[in-house]
Design a binder for this molecule. Structure first.
Ligand code: BTN
Length: 259
């Protein structure tokens, strides 16, 4: 496996961003970058601070699932202080930044499964977890956590072999994690600055969704809905057309493609 140097200096040196990734805290191993990022944000870390780890021993996924980060993968959390109106766009931003990065660095053609899983050839290559601390209309902080299977050998993780993939699996060669991270930071800042300047990223996110037009099952806790994924709203919610013609708005949870 190509072991590239993820030390903070290697990431920040000459990085073409104004603030995202200009401060990087690198850990060889930690429980979860989300935990360290939360502590940093509560202590007032500068916006754009990135926590990155070679290995997570207690990586967290959406819906209280565990997230595996053996060495060779990528795990990072980014601290932002956006205003409330931007929150629903951040999951679009993060998934699009991952898609742009994979396309640019590898030439692969990723797709997004609602709300923000990134797939290559139908299998998950990256997951995104966003945690916000909001009081009334004030956002104290937002943490965007991104996990990407870069040089993961699927034979080492039999539990996820049928649903996951990695860049190395798709390409048949290892990929420089340093190149991936530096590109990802640039892509996230581009999209974030575009949002702050009043631009919209909703249309591109919508058009990249593999989910639309498909028969899906949406599960949120005890609630399950089945239907055709008809469209997504600007706030990121999914509109599901049931067989009885009803339209259900799905705001959270998990979607399984049934087609
Ligand atoms: C998911 O698809 O369920 C989301 C996975 C998010 C994983 C990333 S890895 C970096 C950050 N630290 C964590 O513990 N989780 C996120």
């Amino acid at each position: 496996m190509a072991e590239d140097n993820l030390a903070a200096d290697a990431i920040t040196e000459g990085l073409e961003t104004r603030f995202i990734g200009q401060r990087v805290l690198y850990y060889s191993s930690l429980t979860s970058t989300m935990v360290v990022a939360k502590r940093e944000a509560q202590a007032g870390a500068v916006e754009g601070t990135v926590i990155i780890a070679d290995e997570q021993t207690g990586g967290r996924g959406r819906l209280k699932r565990a997230w595996l980060t053996p060495r060779g993968n990528l795990a990072l959390s980014l601290i932002l202080y956006p205003s409330l109106s931007y929150l629903s766009s951040l999951m679009m931003l993060a998934s699009l930044a991952v898609v742009h990065t994979i396309e640019t660095v590898t030439g692969l053609k990723p797709q997004i499964k609602w709300p923000n899983d990134v797939l290559v050839n139908g299998r998950k290559v990256s997951g995104i977890l966003i945690e916000n601390d909001v009081q009334g209309s004030t956002v104290n902080y937002t943490i965007i956590g991104i996990g990407m299977n870069v040089n993961l050998k699927l034979a080492d993780v039999p539990d996820i072999q049928t649903i996951a993939t990695s860049l190395t699996t798709e390409l048949g060669r290892d990929v420089s994690r340093l190149t991936v991270i530096r590109r990802l930071l640039v892509e996230m800042e581009k999209l974030y600055l575009a949002l702050l300047a009043g631009g919209s990223i909703y249309e591109e996110w919508r058009d990249r969704l593999v989910t639309l037009g498909q028969k899906v099952r949406a599960t949120d806790g005890e609630t399950t809905n089945e239907g055709i994924a008809e469209s997504v709203a600007r706030d990121g919610s999914l509109l599901l057309r049931g067989s009885d013609g009803s339209l259900t708005r799905i705001v959270a949870g998990d979607v399984t493609l049934r087609g």
